[in-house]
Design a protein around this ligand. Structure first.
Ligand code: 5AD
Length: 355
């Protein structure tokens, strides 16, 4: 097993079968080797900087019926809301004043957010918050739509692939949704020029180590700029209400592996990880993550954006939360920075001092 870890460290690549072995036969000792290498690589590319993203949850209306998700269209218990353009802009401006230089607009697939509406919001944020990157996380759209959003000024797009295994994908989603379309959307986003993020849940129902190995191989081949992973957490109004949740142990193990596969990737310590563990963000950063996404949504919206149960919601104002976060990161030797936080270059040659 140690040999396999070393092979990954040397090549930033393994075969699917090897990834599977590395997951199946993991031990605390291997986890430590991978974690140390992940931290070393992250420091090489990003020093001790942690990037912040201000997350605005713009709507929990969704036309999709993803079985795992609390805001899926079949959930009649979900209290729906949609922020107005002004509310979104005000959240962004508030975040900008605190120092955020990336704003993430995330929401369910809500038909009210037409290209026109979203483009208008993008332009307004760009005008009012100079030097700010805009990340969108609004699900599957047509290539033409993505193109328009890009031209309006959006910089990045997050669309988790959820699982790189077609059969597994079909067990997590209703027939209307297709694995091919999801993958095609990711390809389109990259082609258009978005900094593109994929990702998956750890411990989702029916997930096998083989599935996870496929996720890792997909990340290796797709070379996304960002990757969001977090534990699956059951939501009481979904058909997966009684399923097991994912673990922090496997999530952090995979974070370290993903950092090694792509040393310069932008890798968040996600809210889901912070939900199952009180110090999930610290655990994520110490495993190799370099991004944290505090919530800028109005409090009433945060409470309704329930993808899963028990979502970590701090009652504090965003400004206070960020101050606390600065201290928490300082304690473990990291520094929260107020920059756009684009992906940096990684050159393996730099390790030998020659370029
Ligand atoms: N547990 C953890 N993560 C979830 N997501 C959706 N539902 C859950 C859940 N029950 C994740 C999905 C989605 C992202 C926005 O949130 O991966 O892409």
């Amino acid at each position: 097993m140690k040999k396999l870890a070393q092979k990954l460290i040397k090549n930033h690549s393994l075969s699917e079968a090897e990834y599977e072995l590395l997951i199946k036969n993991r031990t605390p000792e291997i986890a430590e080797i991978l974690q140390n290498e992940a931290v070393r690589l992250r420091k090489q590319v990003y020093g001790n900087e942690v990037f912040l993203r201000g997350l605005i949850e713009i709507s929990n209306y969704c036309k999709n019926g993803c079985y795992y998700c609390g805001i899926n269209c079949a959930n009649k218990e979900c209290n729906r809301y949609r922020l107005t353009e002004d509310e979104i802009l005000n959240c962004a401006i508030e975040g900008y004043k605190i120092g955020f230089r990336t704003i993430v607009l995330q929401g369910g697939e809500d038909n009210c957010f037409t290209d026109e509406v979203v483009c208008d919001i993008i332009r307004k944020i760009k005008k009012n918050c100079p030097e700010t990157a805009i990340t969108l996380s609004l699900g599957e759209r047509t290539k033409e739509s993505y193109q328009k959003l890009y031209e309006a000024g959006a910089d990045r797009y997050l669309l988790r692939h959820e699982t790189a295994d077609k059969t597994h994908y079909e067990r997590l989603h209703p027939e209307k949704m297709s694995f091919e379309n999801r993958m095609n959307c990711l390809k389109n986003l990259k082609e258009i020029g978005f900094a593109t993020g994929c990702g998956f849940m750890v411990g989702s129902p029916y997930q096998t180590e083989e599935n996870l190995a496929k996720d890792l191989k997909f990340i290796e081949e797709f070379q996304p700029q960002m990757c969001g992973i977090g534990p699956f957490i059951p939501q009481k109004n979904t058909i997966f209400a009684n399923e097991e949740k994912g673990t922090a142990e496997l999530t952090t193990y995979l974070l370290s592996i993903i950092r090694i596969i792509k040393p310069n990737i932008l890798l968040p310590a996600t809210t889901a990880l912070n939900t199952i563990e009180e110090d999930g963000r610290v655990m994520g950063i110490l495993a190799g993550a370099n991004v944290i996404m505090p919530n800028l949504s109005p409090k009433t919206a945060r409470e309704k954006y329930n993808l899963y149960d028990g979502k970590a919601i701090t009652g504090e104002e965003s400004a206070e939360e960020v101050k606390k976060l600065e201290k928490t990161m300082e304690k473990i030797g990291y520094k929260v920075v107020y920059k756009r936080g684009d992906m940096r270059e990684y050159r393996k040659e730099d390790e030998n001092g020659s370029i």
